[in-house]
Design a binder for this molecule. Structure first.
Ligand code: PLV
Length: 338
């Protein structure tokens, strides 16, 4: 390739980077969580992204690559992937159709409409909505935006780890990374990010709620399996089948992935504690990861020898989520008490 072409490629790459839709989010040290775990805990505040969650990283990146000439995008979502797709589409001047299951709260539907999306409510769980999104992509010629299963999404999500490496500076490395798992896109992005920055020895703790535990079920079965139903209230973790790449990461010797479950009550309690102590409201999908700290799982993993007693800084991906407000929080509290 000639020098001119190389310069052109580099300039184009820089332009693509400069045009990304996500923000470089803050990395905050939390004293109250650090006290609980006995090591410094850092929060990667993905809740502060436009559209309310980390999803904008991968979906923004994917849409830039695939939807520039699109007549419209279609995305099936528990809520947050849809929010990211609707936001990105609005910025790109492309129409967005978001298909959500009936289990998504009304406030999500309203927020999607506020973003300018056409919202369709189809089926009971995300998998039903996804079948409709695939059908619409096919029949209407729309660009299909998958919420978790695509290499471009993982590449986009990986940027959060690169940012963490920049924020921590040379010579500082996390002792472990804590993430929530729905369909496994965040897990794949974090795994890729760890590889990108040479942190493959940093274990990933993958958290799900009981009743939305497709990754844990796959790890236990030794193969990708499909759950019969989603019974957890953490609806944004509610994919019945985890993506193959996430399962492969759990099996590969290059990385350590520890899969753990919490109850809905623990995830909700974590949301409340996080609100009280960090003054930030996130949804239960994110609470699943936070519960690993608040419910003592990290300490237990240390006691069991799965994590070192002298653990380096714990990195918590605060994945965020828009499917929550005070009314929804009260509703969930009431539902999970009875
Ligand atoms: N939510 C997806 C999949 O739902 C969605 O459509 O929005 N934290 C939050 C706040 C999320 O919204 C999600 C995924 C996750 C964590 C898990 O990410 P994943 O799916 O990449 O593992 C069915």
């Amino acid at each position: 390739m000639c020098t001119f072409q190389l310069h052109l490629e580099a300039a184009l790459a820089r332009r693509t980077m400069a045009e990304h839709f996500h923000l470089n989010t803050p990395l905050l040290e939390t004293v109250s969580m650090s006290k609980r775990v006995g090591t410094t805990v850092y929060l990667k505040m993905e809740n502060s992204q436009p559209s309310g969650s980390f999803k904008i990283r991968g979906i923004g990146h994917l849409c830039q690559q695939l939807a520039r000439q699109s007549k419209g995008v279609v995305c099936a979502s528990g809520g947050n992937a849809g929010m990211a797709a609707a936001y990105t589409a609005r910025k790109m001047g492309v129409p967005a159709t978001i298909v959500v299951p009936s289990s998504s709260p009304q406030l999500v539907v309203q927020r999607l409409r506020d973003e300018g999306a056409t919202v369709k409510i189809i089926g009971k769980v995300w998998d039903d909505a996804n079948a409709e999104a695939l059908r619409l992509a096919e029949t209407e010629g729309l660009t299909f935006v998958p919420p978790f299963d695509h290499p471009l999404l993982w590449q986009g999500h990986a940027s959060m780890i690169t940012e963490v490496a920049d924020s921590l500076g040379p010579g500082v490395k996390p002792g472990a990374v804590l993430v929530s798992v729905g369909g496994g896109g965040l897990l794949c992005g974090v795994a890729q990010g760890l590889k990108d920055v040479g942190w493959t020895d940093v274990p990933i703790i993958a958290m799900e709620t009981v009743g939305a535990h497709c990754f844990n079920a796959a790890v236990k079965a030794g193969r990708v399996v499909t759950l019969d139903d989603i019974t957890s209230e953490a609806k944004c973790l509610g994919a019945k089948t985890v993506c193959r790449k996430a399962f492969e990461y759990s099996q590969c010797s290059e990385l350590t992935v520890i899969s753990e479950l919490v109850t809905d009550q623990q995830a909700l309690q974590a949301v409340e504690t996080f609100l009280d102590e960090e003054r930030v409201l996130v949804e239960m999908a994110c609470g699943a990861a936070l519960a690993a700290v608040y419910s003592g799982f990290i300490r237990r993993l240390q006691d069991e020898g799965q994590l070192p007693t002298l653990l380096g800084p714990l990195l918590v991906i605060v994945c965020g989520g828009s499917s929550v407000d005070m009314k929804q929080l009260a509703h969930l509290k009431h539902k999970l008490q009875t």
